[in-house]
Design a protein around this ligand. Structure first.
Ligand SMILES: Nc1ncnc2c1ncn2[C@@H]1O[C@H](COP(=O)(O)OP(=O)(O)OP(=O)(O)O)[C@@H](O)[C@H]1O
Length: 585
């Protein structure tokens, strides 16, 4: 049945293209001139082995002469004019050859009467051969269409304008337990329970993504009318998902993304106030840039001096802080992390230094131990130190200098012994020069400075970071997955403004959304498909170096030695920079 539909369409196309007589006729047929004698015509027809031939006068078609008439003639010196007959079939160039059944056709121009051509046995054979070829192509096309419909994951049913099923694919057949042969030719409502296809045929209004209960299952369906030349000629019904459960699973997978990323992040954060070890070996990456940062970190860890970790957001400053703690003499003590950006100035003292019972209204009756005291014997990690309010900076500096804390509401200072690690993604020097970060605190923190390079400067670490992440998923009991070379190439050409955090985020997204064991290009988020470089928003713009120099010179009233000292660079470097930026030397 479906074949019938498609073949009809095929036929229509053929008619419009290569079916007309003008296309197939012999345009140079042998003809007999009206002035010729019957004898001459006879010998010509015998030579040409023709039983019938066209007679023309100045190209105009007059009729035909047939060999048997010539043979029966008493006087073969007469002109052929005396034996002309009207042929069975005179046609126009535009006539459909398919519809003309005669074996010999004379194609005559309908206005001028000129004989344009003849369609004889040879032409007819060529046309039949062509038709057979077309039909085979059509059959092949139908097979492809049916095969693709049967391969489709969705159930597909096509009905004609009366709602009679014309096409019914395998998936639908499996759902409703009716074979294709049984379904085709029957009214759709007899095969698909509760179907609204007859309604769509009447109204012409498509119904998309509708819930449909079938065989006791909730399904999602589309019902689309098919239009041709302003009339509804049928409708298509599609089951988009095998069941609502599949849709739900997809939604659940989407919901899992933030959750899974949170698990990843908490891998480090959950150790915030505990001693679970994160070693330098756990920091993934062997690029020279990260290897050198790890080397400095290892060396710094065994000393007592404070360490300042800087780097763009998401580069992994926190794992570094943990690794330093683990390798330090304080490794047996607690690791206490404080996110300085998250504590409002009004609560800063009570959070960091604690308070005594009844220190102020609304506090816990028993008082509270502050983070600094908690870090006693261990490591205090001051994260996002660049965001610490200016007033609070003085307070923390005092603790660092005196190694003593005084709880709010108390008067007896408590001695504390901790290792200090601070981190920021801000340019502390620039902040200091602008006056928003205390100079004395800056120098106290910045004894050993470890700059953790952005991921775009150590792209060779990308494969091991990916492998690490996928391995973790596997260890958690999830499916083992890998990614294609094309995906890896995309990851190499991306600039990773959010660094390792962003890499893990996208990886998790792709892991969750990819269906099989292979993550391929179609699973890539759109950001990774754009090759444009996105500068890290959290880092100072490239002009800041110039700004710093300008500020320092202003502060030093033009004295270059003084400005160089302020900037922590040599006079020669300052001169080089001034020349580079085109500032007067
Ligand atoms: N080299 C690494 N090896 C393993 N995991 C890493 C590495 N670098 C970063 N990570 C992961 O990336 C996540 C982001 O790193 P982290 O939270 O330390 O960023 P950050 O540098 O502190 O950024 P921000 O300044 O935004 O706080 C971490 O949870 C960690 O899981």
């Amino acid at each position: 049945m479906s074949r019938q539909l498609l073949t009809k369409e095929g036929e229509r196309m053929l008619l419009h293209t290569r079916d007309h007589c003008g296309q197939w006729m012999n345009i140079q047929p042998t003809t007999i001139d009206v002035t010729m004698t019957i004898r001459e015509a006879k010998s010509m027809m015998t030579m040409q082995e023709q039983l019938e031939m066209a007679v023309v006068e100045n190209g105009r078609f007059l009729g035909v002469i047939r060999i048997w008439r010539c043979l029966r003639s008493d006087d073969d010196q007469q002109t052929v004019e005396n034996v002309i007959e009207r042929p069975h079939a005179i046609v126009d160039e535009h006539c459909s050859l398919r519809e003309c059944k005669e074996s010999l056709l004379y194609v005559v121009h309908h206005e001028s009467g000129i004989l344009s051509g003849v369609i004889g046995m040879e032409e007819r054979l060529a046309f039949t051969h062509y038709l057979e070829e077309q039909e085979e192509k059509q059959r092949q096309m139908n097979r492809w269409l049916m095969l693709s419909l049967d391969t489709a994951y969705e159930g597909v049913v096509i009905v004609d304008h009366k709602g009679i099923i014309q096409v019914f694919n395998e998936t639908y057949s499996r759902f409703v337990g009716v074979t294709k042969e049984e379904a085709i030719g029957r009214p759709v409502e007899e095969v698909i329970e509760n179907t609204r296809i007859p309604v769509v045929l009447k109204t012409g209004v498509p119904e998309r993504s509708q819930a449909h209960r079938l065989q006791g299952q909730e399904l999602v369906v589309h019902r689309l009318p098919m239009w041709q030349e302003g009339e509804i000629i049928g409708a298509v019904g599609m089951l988009v998902f095998e069941g609502k459960t599949e849709l739900e699973e997809t939604l659940q997978r989407l919901e899992r993304i933030p959750q899974a990323v949170a698990i990843e992040e908490s891998r480090w954060h959950k150790h915030t106030e505990s001693n679970v070890s994160v070693r330098f070996e756990d920091i993934i990456g062997e690029s020279p840039a990260i290897a050198s940062a790890k080397k400095i970190g290892r060396k710094a860890a065994v000393t007592e001096v404070p360490v300042l970790l800087t780097g763009e957001t998401g580069v992994g400053k926190e794992p570094f802080a943990h690794a330093i703690h683990h390798k330090s003499h304080h490794q047996k003590g607690p690791f206490v992390a404080v996110n300085c950006a998250a504590i409002p100035e009004s609560l800063f003292e009570s959070e960091l230094f604690g308070y005594l019972k009844g220190a102020f209204t609304g506090t816990r009756a028993e008082g509270k131990v502050g983070k600094v005291e908690l870090a006693n014997g261990g490591t205090l990690f001051l994260d996002e130190i660049g965001d610490m309010p200016f007033e609070s900076q003085a307070k923390i500096l005092r603790v660092l200098e005196t190694k003593q804390v005084e709880r709010v509401g108390g008067s007896t200072p408590v001695h504390v012994d901790f290792r200090l690690v601070a981190a920021t993604n801000q340019d502390l020097k620039a902040k200091m020069l602008k006056g928003t970060f205390r100079e004395d605190l800056y120098y106290r923190l910045n004894v050993i400075h470890i700059e953790i390079p952005p991921l775009r400067e150590r792209k060779q670490d990308i494969p091991s970071l990916i492998a690490h992440h996928l391995k973790l998923r596997e260890q958690e009991g999830f499916q083992k997955k890998t990614l294609t070379k094309a995906v890896l190439e995309r990851m190499f050409s991306y600039s990773w403004p959010g660094n390792v955090r962003e890499l893990f985020h996208y990886l998790e997204r792709m892991y969750v959304l990819s269906e099989g064991p292979i993550i391929n290009e179609q699973d890539l988020p759109k950001e990774l498909l754009q090759r444009t470089f996105i500068p890290a928003s959290s880092m100072p713009p490239p002009t800041s170096d110039q700004e710093l120099i300008y500020e320092a010179l202003k502060e030093a009233k033009g004295n270059k030695s003084e400005a160089a000292k302020q900037l922590g660079i040599s006079r020669a470097t300052l001169y080089n920079k001034l020349a580079k930026y085109g500032l007067s030397v």
